[in-house]
Design a protein around this ligand. Structure first.
Ligand code: SF4
Length: 265
C-alpha cells in the first residue's frame, strides 16, 4: 500500500497523520512516534495474569512458560458449510431464544489472518454478519491500514454466534456452549495469525481475567499449532474512546510485524 492511501485509512480511523515540513525526506511521513515506528521485538513470554477464569478451554503450559491454550473437544469431521448449518440451527444455550439469527463468520476461508470479536450486536444480529455498522466500518478501516480486507485476506468471527440481549457481556455458560464452534472454525482455517479484538475475546481465547491493557503488546500463542495471537481494542470501544486509537494502531503494526516475521522466514 502506498503511503498516501495508508494515511487516508489512518485518517479514516481517526489516527492523526503528521506530514513532515518541507525539506524533510518525502517518504518520512510519521504516523506515530519514531520509537513506536520501529518494528517491535516478538516477545514470546507468557502474559501476566491475575488468575485463570473458569474456562471451557484447557490451558497447558509449554516449556518456557508460554501460554498454550488447547480445546477440550477433539475436532470432529467438519466442512465450512456443515459447521455453518450447525450454528444457524443451534439451540445449545438460551441465546437462541432471543436472537434473530446466528452469525457464523465472514471473509476468506483460506485467509491467513483471523480476527476474533466478542458477539453480534443488534445490527449484526439483524444482518447475519459480524462487525457491521459503525464498529464494523472502523474495523474495516483498521484492517485496511495494514493492507487487509474482509473480502480477500481476513476471516472474521466472534466468540459467541448469537447476540446477548442488550449487548450484555456473555455469560460463562454461553461461552462454554459456543466456543467449540470457534474452535472448529480455527481448525478449518488454520490461520497464521490471530487478532483478538476486545477484552471479552482476548480473555476467553487466552483463558485469563487479566485486563486488556496487560494483554496488549505481546505475542500469545493459541492452540496446538501455537498460532500467534495479538490483542487489541474492540472498535466499538474505540468509537467511545477515540484517544486510544493510536494505541490500536500500535497494536496493528505489531501484529503486522509478527505476520511478516512468520511469512518471510
Ligand atoms: S450463542 Fe452459540 S451456543 Fe448459544 S445458541 Fe447461539 S450458536 Fe448456539
Amino acid at each position: 500500500m502506498d503511503s498516501l492511501r495508508r494515511n487516508q485509512y489512518l485518517q479514516a480511523i481517526g489516527v492523526d497523520v503528521w506530514v513532515p515540513r518541507r525539506g524533510a525526506a518525502a517518504t518520512s511521513i510519521a504516523v506515530a512516534s519514531p520509537a513506536a515506528e520501529a518494528t517491535p521485538a516478538i516477545a514470546d513470554s507468557a502474559p501476566a495474569s491475575d488468575g485463570p477464569l473458569p474456562s471451557p478451554l484447557e490451558v497447558g503450559m509449554a516449556a518456557g512458560g508460554a501460554d498454550v491454550v488447547s480445546p477440550i473437544a477433539a475436532p470432529t469431521v467438519t466442512t465450512w458449510e456443515s459447521l455453518r448449518a450447525e450454528v444457524l440451527t443451534c439451540t445449545k444455550c438460551t441465546l437462541h431464544t432471543s436472537r434473530t439469527q446466528g452469525v457464523f463468520g465472514v471473509g476468506n476461508r483460506e485467509a491467513r489472518w483471523l480476527v476474533v470479536g466478542e458477539a453480534p450486536g443488534a445490527e449484526e444480529d439483524r444482518r447475519g454478519e459480524p462487525f457491521v455498522g459503525r464498529a464494523g466500518h472502523l474495523l474495516d478501516a483498521m484492517l485496511r491500514a495494514i493492507g487487509l480486507n474482509r473480502a480477500n485476506n481476513v476471516y472474521i468471527a466472534n466468540v459467541l454466534k448469537s447476540r446477548p440481549p442488550g449487548n450484555r457481556d456473555p455469560k460463562p455458560e454461553e461461552v462454554a456452549a459456543c466456543l467449540p464452534f470457534l474452535m472448529r472454525q480455527i481448525e478449518l482455517l488454520k490461520p497464521r495469525v490471530m487478532l483478538a479484538v476486545g477484552r471479552i475475546a482476548a480473555q476467553n481465547l487466552l483463558a485469563t481475567d487479566a485486563p486488556l491493557g496487560r494483554l496488549r503488546g505481546k505475542v500469545h500463542h493459541f492452540g496446538e499449532l501455537n498460532t500467534p495471537l495479538i490483542v487489541t481494542y474492540h472498535p466499538a470501544y474505540l468509537l467511545r474512546t477515540p484517544s486510544d486509537k493510536r494505541k490500536a494502531w500500535e497494536d496493528l503494526k505489531f501484529a503486522r510485524s509478527v505476520f511478516r516475521a512468520l511469512t518471510t522466514t
